[in-house]
Write a protein of this length. Structure first.
Ligand code: EPZ
Length: 416
C-alpha cells in the first residue's frame, strides 16, 4: 500500500495553483445527466472520488472522458437508473446522483452511500425532501428504490442545512412544474457553483447564497461548458501547512471570500496574509499562539473539512485550544495518530482539548479519513525526524499530487 515518507523541519516557499473543488465537481457531474447534450467541466481535479464518480456515470451508460483537467460527459446514451453496490459504497456522492437520476429517468435505485468514516452520515433529510416532492421511496435492506412518476413542486424547510440533501433536492426539482422552495438550504460555495451551472444550462434556480433555494420547473436543459470553482479546502490545507512550517507561499486561483473563516483564525497568529486579484499570500515567521476556541459550522462558519488540519496546527502552537466539531460525530480520528507523534490532545465527545507542545516527533501513523490524513501530512512536515503516513488512499480521494506540490514548495516528502 502506498505511503508518504516525510522528513520534517523545512520552511515552505513558492507558488502553487489551486484546481477545481472536489465537492463542486462531484455535484456538477451529477447535474451533467440532466441534459442529453454534451457537458464540459474544466479544471477538475484528478482524484479518486472523481474517478469513482466517472465510473458510476459510465455504469449508467454515459460516455465520459477526462483529459488534462477537462471532463466531458455525454449522457445521451444513459440507459440505467441503478447504482450498484460496490461503487456506491466507495463514495458518498453517489447519493447525490439520486435527484438528477429521478429528474432524468423518473425511477432510480441506489445502494446506501459510503464515503468517509467520519460519522453515521444518514440520508433522512434527502429522503424526507424527496417525499415532499411526491417521490415514492421504498427502503430495502441495502438500497433505496425511488419512483418520481407523480413528483410535483413543493415548499420544504430542511431541519439542518445538509449540503448533499440541498444538491439532491435542487436537481430533483429542475423539471417540476411550478415553484419549489427549499428553506434553510445549505449555502456552501460549491452549491452556489451548482446553481450557477444549472442556470447556465437553462434552469431557473436562485437564492442558494441566501439559504432559500427557489426552483421554477423548466421543460429541459441544454449542454454547457463550465469551469469548476477553486477548492477552498485544498487551498486552506496548504495555507495551514505554510503557517505550521513557516515561510511564504502564494496560492493562485482562490476566492478570498471562501477562505475568510480560516484566514480570520490564521491572521490571529503570526501569519501575515495579503491578496492580489485571485491570489493569496501567507507569510509566517513564528510559532502561532493558539486561539482559545475553534468551532466548526455551516458556511460561512469555519468548515468542518479544515478541522483536522487546524487541529494539527494547534498541537505545535503556544497555549491551549478547544476545538468543537459540530457537524460530524466522529471526526477526531487524527487525534489518536497525532498523539503517537507527541501531541497533547484529549477528546471528549464533540470537543478536542489541545495543549500545544511546540514540536512533534516523527513516527509511523495511519490516515483514517480524507482530511485527517491530510492533517497527518502537515504534522509530518513540522515533526522532528521522519514521519511515515500509511493508508494514503484516503488522501488520494481529495488531493491531487499532494507530494509533488509540497516538494515544489520545499518540503521533503515522497510517495513510496
Ligand atoms: C458534504 O457532505 C461534503 N461532501 C463533505 O466533505 C462536507 O464535510 C459536508 O458536506 C459538510 O460541509 C461532498 O460534498 C461530497 P451534510 P454531506 O449532508 O453532504 C447530517 C470532504 O472531506 N445529515 O452537509 O454528506 C450529517 O450526518 C467531505 O470533502 C443528516 O443528519 O454533508 C452531518 O452531521 C467530508 N441527515 C451533517 O448533516 C441527512 O440526510 C452535515 O452533513 C444528511 C446529513
Amino acid at each position: 500500500m502506498a505511503r508518504y515518507v516525510i522528513n520534517g523541519g523545512n520552511r515552505l516557499e513558492g507558488n502553487i495553483r489551486i484546481k477545481g473543488a472536489k465537492n463542486s465537481a462531484l455535484a456538477l457531474l451529477s447535474a451533467s445527466i440532466l441534459t442529453q447534450e454534451s457537458v464540459v467541466l474544466r479544471d477538475c481535479p484528478d482524484i479518486s472520488d472523481i474517478g469513482n464518480m466517472l465510473s458510476i456515470l459510465g455504469g449508467l451508460g454515459c460516455k465520459c472522458s477526462f483529459d488534462c483537467g477537462t471532463i466531458t460527459v455525454d449522457s445521451s446514451t444513459l440507459d440505467g437508473a441503478e447504482i450498484e453496490n460496490n461503487t456506491a459504497k466507495k463514495i458518498r456522492s453517489s447519493v447525490f446522483l439520486l435527484g438528477a437520476m429521478l429528474s432524468r429517468c423518473k425511477k432510480a435505485k441506489i445502494a446506501y452511500p459510503g464515503g468517509c468514516n467520519i460519522g453515521l452520515r444518514p440520508i433522512d433529510i434527502h429522503i424526507d425532501g424527496l417525499r415532499k416532492l411526491g417521490v415514492e421511496i421504498v427502503e430495502t435492506q441495502d438500497a433505496l428504490e425511488c419512483d418520481a412518476t407523480h413528483a410535483h413542486s413543493a415548499y420544504m424547510r430542511l431541519k439542518i442545512p445538509s449540503v448533499g440533501a440541498t444538491e439532491n433536492l435542487i436537481m430533483a426539482s429542475v423539471f417540476l412544474h411550478g415553484k419549489t422552495v427549499i428553506d434553510n438550504c445549505a449555502r456552501e460555495p460549491e452549491i452556489v457553483d451548482l446553481q450557477n451551472m444549472l442556470v447556465a444550462m437553462g434552469a431557473k434556480v436562485s437564492g442558494v447564497e441566501d439559504g432559500r433555494a427557489v426552483i421554477e420547473g423548466v421543460e429541459s436543459l441544454h449542454g454547457v461548458d463550465y469551469t469548476v470553482l477553486p477548492d477552498r479546502i485544498v487551498a486552506g490545507t496548504y495555507l495551514i501547512a505554510a503557517a505550521m512550517c513557516q515561510g511564504e507561499i502564494t496560492l493562485e486561483n482562490v476566492r478570498r471570500r471562501h477562505l475568510e473563516a480560516l484566514t480570520a483564525k490564521l491572521a490571529d497568529n503570526t501569519c501575515n496574509i495579503t491578496y492580489k486579484d485571485d491570489r493569496i499570500t501567507l507569510y509566517s515567521n513564528g510559532v502561532s499562539t493558539n486561539p482559545p476556541l475553534l468551532s466548526t459550522g455551516y458556511y460561512p462558519d469555519f468548515p468542518t473539512d479544515l478541522q483536522s488540519q487546524f487541529l494539527a496546527m494547534m498541537t505545535i502552537g503556544k497555549g491551549k485550544c478547544v476545538i468543537e466539531e459540530n457537524l460530524f460525530e466522529d471526526r477526531f480520528k487524527a487525534a489518536n495518530e497525532l498523539r503517537l507523534m507527541g501531541a497533547d490532545i484529549v477528546v471528549r465527545g464533540k470537543r478536542a482539548f489541545v495543549n500545544g507542545v511546540g514540536r512533534l516527533n516523527g513516527t509511523t501513523v495511519k490516515a483514517c479519513d480524507l482530511r485527517g490524513g491530510a492533517a497527518l501530512v502537515l504534522a509530518g512536515l513540522v515533526a522532528r525526524g521522519t514521519t511515515i503516513v500509511e493508508d494514503i488512499y484516503h488522501i488520494d480521494r481529495g488531493y491531487e499530487d499532494m507530494a509533488p506540490i509540497l516538494r515544489s514548495l520545499g518540503a521533503d516528502i515522497k510517495r513510496i
